[in-house]
Ligand binder design. Structure first.
Ligand SMILES: [Mn+2]
Length: 328
């Protein structure tokens, strides 16, 4: 017992008796980012405990960056998506490195930069961290694939994309409109995220697919201001592919676009969704024909994910997104 106490004291104080400046990274169970090409600021707010399979070893030489954003405190029903980046990375090791659709490999087409260490419960500060991280990565001429986290994570990322790509088109695959002006008096929520995004991109540049839930007001707003396609994804997507030609596209996939039979591990169960085959067909079509400059997969909730099937789908989706974006 005495030895343990001595060890703990030595660990806190360090060899010279000064207080060791424990970084936030270590406090959150992560490890410090040591690749200096990442830059001091990002290294101070990121931690890395594991990698998505077959990540490159070099941030500097990668133009596609995988980023985990474990924020889930705007989830209005079931929290737990903070565990998704970790679990999806673990499930990635069950995948083949080869995509039959793209006839290509994921190997070293991206760099897994780890997770943002969230200021737990502080939404405003979280948005700031995500915003600054996205800005720094995009400023280095790179593109980002993110793993949420609840859907609000998409807002600060798209904000940075929209300032870089002036005519950015946002494609949303989701069960929900997410177009509320407020949710429980909060402007910043996973239920308001697409309204926030709508307001910062050009009018007419938001496309919503697979939508089957929302308020009457949200649907009216969407009919007027967005391109909304209810219930289905693949067939309406095929029809709009022509109008996406030459555009820079950001793809945000809320995993609840899938029927709960395929993806039970999510923050807000919504019956009547599409199949995993339809989702993969849609993502493959989009990635092979459009210029997808950024993407995210959000709202995977491992604590309610019986048999890991939702995380497994997300891992495969991310493999396909990385290979598809890596071909550009
Ligand atoms: Mn949703």
């Amino acid at each position: 017992m005495i030895n343990v106490k001595v060890k703990e004291k030595a660990g806190r104080k360090g060899v010279k008796g000064k207080n060791v400046n424990k970084s936030r990274n270590i406090d959150n169970g992560g490890s410090k980012i040591i690749d200096e090409s990442i830059g001091a600021y990002l290294r101070s707010i990121l931690s890395k405990t594991s990698s998505f399979f077959n990540s490159s070893d070099s941030y500097k030489e990668s133009d596609l960056i995988l980023l985990g954003i474990p924020m889930d405190y705007t989830a209005s029903n079931i929290p737990g998506s903070r565990f998704a980046p970790k679990r999806i990375r673990e499930l990635s090791y069950t995948l083949e490195n080869y995509s039959p659709f793209f006839d290509d490999y994921i190997d070293e087409k991206f760099y897994d930069i780890g997770d943002i260490v969230m200021p737990w419960g502080n939404t405003a500060k979280s948005i700031k961290f995500i915003d600054e991280t996205a800005k720094s990565i995009l400023g280095g001429g790179k593109r980002i694939v993110s793993i949420g986290g609840d859907h609000l994570i998409t807002y600060p990322i798209v904000k940075q994309y929209a300032s870089k790509y002036k005519d950015l088109v946002v494609l949303q695959f989701d069960a929900h409109t997410d177009l509320r002006k407020e949710w429980n008096n909060e402007k910043y929520s996973h239920a308001t995220v697409l309204k926030l995004i709508h307001d910062i991109i050009k009018k007419g540049n938001l496309y919503q697919f697979g939508i089957r839930s929302g308020s009457k007001e949200e649907f009216d707003f969407a009919e007027k201001n967005c391109h909304i396609y209810k219930n289905d994804v693949y067939e309406p997507l095929k029809k709009v592919m022509g109008s996406l030609a030459g555009k820079d596209v950001y793809l945000t996939i809320d995993i609840d676009v899938l029927d709960p039979a395929f993806a039970p591990g999510t923050g807000y169960i919504e019956a009547g969704g599409i199949s995993s085959k339809e989702l993969f067909d849609s993502v493959s079509l989009l990635l092979s024909e459009a210029n997808v400059v950024g993407a995210d997969v959000v709202e995977v909730c491992p604590p309610t994910d019986n048999s890991d099937r939702t995380s497994a789908i997300a891992a495969k989706l991310i493999r396909e997104i990385i290979i598809g974006m890596g071909k550009i």
